[in-house]
Design a protein around this ligand. Sequence first.
Ligand code: HEM
Ligand code: HEM
Length: 176
Amino acid sequence: MTRGYTGTAKFLHWLIVALLIGQFYAAWSMPHIGRNTAMSSLISLHFTIGVVILAVAVVRLAWRLTHPEPAPIDGVPPWQTASARIVHWLLYVLLLALPILGWINASWRNMPIVMFGHQLPLLVAPRDPAWGWTGDVHALLSNYLLLALVGLHVAAALYHQFVRRDGTLGRMLPGR
Ligand code: HEM
Ligand code: HEM
């Protein structure tokens, strides 16, 4: 019998997937953010979902560091296990780095980040010349690197499910 992830790991995995879908919906529908862009409810929603993703990612990483992944399935080639690990850790790094870059950039733009009625502190001084790059890097890493890695990750899950039929997907699905 192959062991799967804990119920908590599964819940946190699919919660992040749902939050990311909402986050890209907000990111791609909100007005393009430039020097004189006024706050709008979609921009606010993008900030709020992003900070929630950061909080869930911290909890998820803490869970992962105290609850190792299940042992590899028999017969899966070691290079696949190794490349899955690299992609998983890159995803964790992005889930932490992207919201922090977004928060720094919103601070740099002096745009308020309001969470459930409370304004969060600015992480850097508005228009501090050292931090102007964070907006472009945040948007590029989100639109390209994150989506490319997620695409690879989902393609691998489908390959294991429909080509190798080795039960990898079941390790992350509800149930056993
Ligand atoms: C994992 C979480 C996040 C993802 C995946 C994400 C994704 C994105 C994407 C795709 C864009 C570009 C939209 C476009 O194509 O025009 C963007 C822009 C932006 N996001 Fe996020 N975001 C996240 C978290 C946050 C957070 C937490 C904040 C602030 C608190 C934030 C603030 C911004 C800002 C200020 C921009 C405009 C940057 C610029 O173009 O200069 N984001 N985000
Ligand atoms: C429909 C979309 C998705 C499917 C079908 C899927 C499927 C899976 C499966 C089957 C595993 C377990 C792999 C194994 O046992 O070796 C897994 C793990 C993982 N997934 Fe996804 N995933 C999806 C979307 C995402 C997204 C959007 C992210 C984050 C950006 C993500 C991040 C992760 C991470 C970090 C792990 C490793 C968990 C750990 O070892 O702590 N996944 N995923």
